[in-house]
Design a protein around this ligand. Structure first.
Ligand SMILES: Cc1ncc(COP(=O)(O)O)c(C=O)c1O
Length: 455
């Protein structure tokens, strides 16, 4: 033990001090020194180091925890696998039984024609993999000039250099030098702000015209792929596209031989009520990137599902790409069991049900002056706050989220002006009602300047 003896059973205060001194958090904001140190979870409940109890309305505050916290079945599978074989490389001729079986299971669940799988440790690596595979596909088919990738403003695709450049949030690219070249972005489908953004035009018409113009400007034969989340998550605050959006995007891309990558890091494995959300939106992607819900977060794992045609090109010669933890046997074993639980407990249907419970429970919030829009996609909800209903000026949701956590013991996330819910899919009705009631209570005391009236 190299840390001080008194820290072998650290207090919450000591943990906070050590955290402030040593740990750099993703998206760290220097001014925020509050820490919520989570140490334990069971079902939809988690506890912090001081013993405070919270209802997890945001899936470990990162869009996952599909099967809930503290599942013994997953612990036992992981322990058994560590004892049988903790790790062996998946490179070259080597592989392991759990990776093989999980790849086969994913091909079974995936939309028809996506039968090839490449494992990663998470979503950013998955996006990088998808982009490389798409470019390689075109190169090997004699079109090496097809290098451009089209993403969308407000899209979130990760934070490595490649995925971070495709992410449509300027802070991701600030102060870190030149971005990756050959990346272009188009508008997101943001229906709540349609009048201001699309100048009275039908939203899909506007977005398709813009995409067509962008492809034309770059040169159709120079575009490798477009990437998009079927329903936009963190960046856009749950943006659900019009029903005709993805079918028309798909049709336009196909006309020009451009591939479509569905970033389903958030939406896959039941989050919006389906194994793959893209399957229900007429997206027909060539590649699907997944992570998070694949293991419910018990261990890190991502999987990229590739069409047979892309898989064939990628494997026709060496594919110089891969990660040490590719097809990690413990992660794959846990993922397999996690998928089994999702299926056995019918959590896809439960996800839809949770969305309905939230719709009902949050109905009173829709009447409040600071609530501009409520968007639901399965067990995912975005509540967009505004300073004023007429101007729709955004009201940052961070203060409300912190208050809901501190005063009601409910953990929700805030993304700019949007409060986001994405609870474990084992959530029960009374828990959904408690979450909704906490949100309604706090938002009913919030004014357009972000001030909370006292209780
Ligand atoms: C849609 C989407 N894509 C990619 C990523 C990046 O995944 P990771 O953080 O595992 O690298 C995320 C992360 O939240 C995401 O929401």
């Amino acid at each position: 033990m190299t840390i001080l003896p008194e820290l072998q059973k650290p207090s919450a205060v000591q943990l906070r001090e050590l955290d402030l001194r040593h740990l750099i958090h993703p998206h760290q904001q220097a001014a925020r020194t509050e820490r919520c140190i989570i140490v334990r979870g069971k079902g939809c409940t988690v506890w912090d180091a001081e013993g405070n109890e919270y209802l997890d309305a945001a899936g470990s505050a990162n869009w996952l925890a599909q099967v809930g916290h503290g599942r013994r079945e997953l612990v036992e599978v992981a322990a058994q696998q560590m004892s049988d074989l903790a790790y062996f490389t998946g490179w070259d001729v080597f592989t392991n039984d759990k990776a093989v079986l999980l790849a086969a299971r994913l091909a079974e669940l995936a939309p028809a024609g996506l039968n090839r799988v490449f494992f990663t440790s998470g979503g950013s690596e998955g996006v990088e993999t998808a982009v490389k595979a798409a470019r390689l596909y075109h190169h090997r088919r004699g079109q090496p000039e097809r290098n451009w990738i089209i993403g969308r403003h407000f899209g979130y695709h990760g934070s490595t250099y490649g995925s971070g450049t495709i992410t449509g949030l300027p802070p991701m690219q600030a102060e870190v030098g030149p971005e990756l070249p050959h990346i272009e972005k188009v508008s997101a489908p943001a229906l709540y702000r349609a009048a201001a953004l699309y100048g009275g035009q039908d939203p899909t018409d506007f977005l398709i015209d813009e995409l067509a113009d962008t492809i034309e400007r770059i040169g159709p034969q120079r575009v490798a792929a477009m990437i998009g989340e079927p329903v936009m998550g963190g960046g856009g605050g749950i943006l659900v596209p019009p029903a005709d959006y993805w079918p028309r995007v798909r049709e336009l891309l196909s006309r020009h031989g451009i591939l479509l990558i569905a970033d389903e890091v958030v939406t896959a494995y039941g989050r919006t009520g389906a194994w793959f959300d893209s399957a229900n939106r007429g997206m027909a992607p060539d590649i699907i990137v997944t992570a998070k819900g694949l293991t419910s977060g018990y261990v890190p794992l991502g999987a990229v599902l590739l069409s047979d045609a892309i898989g064939e090109e990628v494997t026709s010669q060496a594919f110089f790409h891969g990660f040490t933890y590719f097809g990690h046997p413990v992660a794959c074993a846990v993922a397999h069991k996690n998928l089994e639980i999702i299926e056995d407990e019918d959590l896809l249907a439960r996800s839809q049900l949770i969305g309905e419970w939230f719709r009902t429970g949050l109905a009173p919030a829709a009447q409040l002056p600071v609530v501009g829009d409520i968007r639901v996609a399965g067990a995912t909800v975005g509540i967009e706050l505004v300073t004023d209903q007429d101007t729709k000026a955004p009201l940052m949701a961070g203060g409300a989220a912190a208050h809901i956590r501190r005063t009601h013991g409910v953990i929700v996330r805030d993304y700019g002006p949007t409060l986001v819910l994405s609870p474990p899919l084992v959530l029960e009705r009374h828990q959904a009602d408690r979450i909704a009631a906490a949100i309604v209570e706090v938002l009913s005391r919030l004014d357009g300047d972000g001030r909370l009236a006292p209780l």
